[in-house]
Design a protein around this ligand. Structure first.
Ligand code: FDA
Length: 429
C-alpha cells in the first residue's frame, strides 16, 4: 500500500498552505482534491484580487472579528501566525498588493499570483498532488492491522488505497457548491464521533417577501453608506458599511457583515442617512426652501432612494414648506431607523462562508488535532468564521500553519493508545 506521513484532503487555501509547510518540514505529503482545479475560492475571492489578510486583526480579542461557539479558540493559531507573517511571505514572492479599506489587503494584479505562491510552496516541499481524486472512505486501523507502525489511517480513493500516519481535513465550508464545496469534512468528523456545530450560510445577502419588497425592487443596483444593526442588548451589533439594493433584497458589505449575526425571524435596523442630523436638516429646509420634499431629500440620500421613499406617503409628496412637522418627523424616523424582517438569505449559492462546523471543543487550539488522534481539521471546516475583509483567509493560513508545525514526522513514535473508531463516513449528517 502506498503510504504518506500525511494525507491532506482539500486543496483550497488551508490545504495548499498546510501541504507546503508540512512538506518543507520534511514530511511526505499527499494533497488531494475532488475538483480538477486548486483553490477555486481563492481565485474568485475579492473580485479576483483576493483580500488575503487584514492588518486590523486583534489577536488578543479575536471575538471582535471572529464568530465561533468559542471565539477564543482561534487566538493561539492567529497569534502564532499573524497577518505580518503572511505579508512577509507575499513580499518574498514579489506579489504587489495594496490596502483598500479598514486594513483589507488585496493583490494588485490577480488572486492567481497567490495561488502560484501556494503551489510553489508545495513544489518546494515535494508535495504529491492528486486531482481530481475523491475519498470514498477513511478508516482508523487497529494496531494489529497496521503493516507499518506509522500507518494509522487507510483511505480508499479514486486512485487506490492510501496509508497515512495523519489525515488533515481541509475541505472548507458549504458555500458555492458549484465550485467544489461539500460537507465531507463535517461527515468525517461525525464518523469519528466529533461534534459539529450546525452549519448555516454567513456573509450572505438577505431576502424579503416579494409583496413587501415591491416598493424597493426598482432600487436594485443602488448603493449607499449606512449604519446597520441586529440583535438585542449585549448581543446587539452595528456595522458602518455600504448597503446594496438587489432585486430580491439587500446585500453589500453592510448586509454581508450583519448577516453572520442575524437570527432568522428577528428584525434588522438600518440608518439610511447616518452622516447627517435629518430632523434638524428637514426643519431648516422647511423654514427656507420652496422645493419639493423629494428634492431636498435628494441632497442627503441618493435621488432614486428619495423618490421611492416619498412615494410611500402622500404627506411627503409636496413642497417641504407645506409638510407638517409630524410628517417630517415620521420621515426622519423611518429613514434613520428603517426596521424590517428578512424572510431569509440567498443561501449557500451566494454565501461567502459557512458558520458552524467542527466543534472546537473536540479540537486542540495548539495543533488543530481532534480528539481522534492523528485526525486534524483546518480552515473553514472548523467552527471559526471571520468577518468580511480578509479574516477568513488569515484563519485558513494560521490554522494550516499550526497544524503543519504539529504534524509528526515518521521517525516519531506512532500513535498507539488511540481508541478504536472503525466506521464509515455517513452519507448525511
Ligand atoms: P476552501 O473552500 O478554500 O477549500 C476547500 C477545498 O476542499 C476545495 O478545493 C474543495 O474542492 C475541496 N473539497 C471539498 N470537498 C471535498 C471532498 N469531498 N473531497 C476532496 N476535496 C474536497 N475570504 C477572505 O478572507 N477574503 C476574501 O476576499 C474572500 N472572498 C470570498 C469570495 C467568495 C465568492 C467566497 C465564496 C468566499 C470568499 N472568502 C474570502 C472566503 C474564503 O474563500 C474561505 O474562507 C477560504 O477559502 C477557506 O479556505 P479552506 O481551505 O478552508 O476552504
Amino acid at each position: 500500500m502506498l503510504s504518506f506521513d500525511v494525507v491532506i484532503v482539500g486543496a483550497g487555501a488551508a490545504g495548499l498552505f498546510c501541504a507546503g509547510a508540512a512538506g518543507q518540514r520534511g514530511l511526505r505529503v499527499l494533497l488531494l482534491d475532488h475538483s480538477e482545479k486548486v483553490a477555486e475560492k481563492v481565485r474568485i475571492s475579492g473580485g479576483g484580487r483576493a483580500n488575503f489578510t487584514n492588518r486590523d486583526i486583534d489577536v488578543r480579542q479575536p471575538h471582535k472579528h471572529f464568530i465561533s461557539a468559542n471565539p477564543n479558540f482561534c487566538r493561539s493559531a492567529l497569534s502564532r501566525y499573524t497577518p505580518q507573517d503572511f505579508i512577509a511571505l507575499v513580499q518574498q514572492h514579489g506579489i504587489a498588493f495594496h490596502e483598500k479599506h479598514k486594513g483589507q489587503l488585496f493583490c494588485d494584479h490577480s488572486a492567481a499570483d497567490l495561488i502560484d505562491m501556494l503551489l510553489a510552496g508545495c513544489a518546494t516541499g515535494g508535495v504529491t498532488r492528486w486531482q481530481p481524486c475523491a475519498v470514498r472512505s477513511i478508516a482508523f486501523l487497529p494496531d494489529t492491522q497496521r503493516e507499518k507502525v506509522e500507518v494509522c489511517y487507510q483511505l480508499m480513493t479514486d486512485q487506490g488505497v492510501i496509508g497515512a500516519r495523519s489525515v488533515v481535513m481541509a475541505t472548507g465550508g458549504l458555500s458555492i457548491p458549484a465550485i467544489g464545496a461539500s460537507d465531507f469534512g463535517h461527515r468525517v468528523a461525525a464518523q469519528f464521533g466529533l461534534r459539529v456545530v450546525p452549519p448555516r450560510p454567513g456573509l450572505v445577502p438577505l431576502t424579503f417577501d416579494g409583496a413587501a419588497w415591491a416598493p424597493y425592487a426598482d432600487l436594485a443596483g443602488l448603493s449607499l453608506p449606512v449604519l446597520i444593526s441586529t440583535g438585542e442588548k449585549k448581543h446587539r451589533i452595528t456595522f458602518a458599511e455600504d448597503l446594496l439594493f438587489t432585486h430580491r433584497g439587500l446585500s453589500g458589505p453592510a448586509v454581508l457583515q450583519m448577516s453572520s449575526y442575524w437570527q432568522p425571524g428577528t428584525p434588522i435596523q438600518i440608518n439610511l442617512a447616518p452622516e447627517i442630523d435629518l430632523p434638524a436638516q428637514l426643519a431648516d429646509a422647511k423654514r427656507r426652501s420652496r422645493k419639493l420634499l423629494v428634492n431636498e431629500l435628494a441632497q442627503w440620500v441618493p435621488a432614486r432612494l428619495a423618490e421611492a421613499w416619498v412615494a410611500q406617503d402622500p404627506d411627503w409628496q409636496r413642497p417641504v414648506a407645506e409638510c407638517s412637522d409630524k410628517a417630517l418627523a415620521r420621515l426622519a424616523e423611518r429613514l434613520s431607523r428603517w426596521e424590517l424582517v428578512p424572510t431569509g438569505t440567498e443561501g449557500y449559492k451566494k454565501a461567502e462562508v459557512t458558520l458552524g462546523g467542527v466543534d472546537t471543543r473536540d479540537l486542540s487550539s495548539q495543533t488543530m488535532e481532534s480528539t481522534q488522534p492523528g485526525l486534524y481539521f483546518i480552515g473553514e471546516v472548523v467552527d471559526v468564521t471571520g468577518w468580511l475583509g480578509g479574516y477568513n483567509f488569515q484563519w485558513a493560513w494560521a490554522s494550516a500553519q499550526a497544524c503543519a508545525q504539529a504534524l509528526p514526522l515518521s521517525t516519531a513514535p506512532a500513535v498507539e493508545s488511540a481508541p478504536l473508531r472503525l466506521s464509515t463516513v455517513p452519507s448525511k449528517l
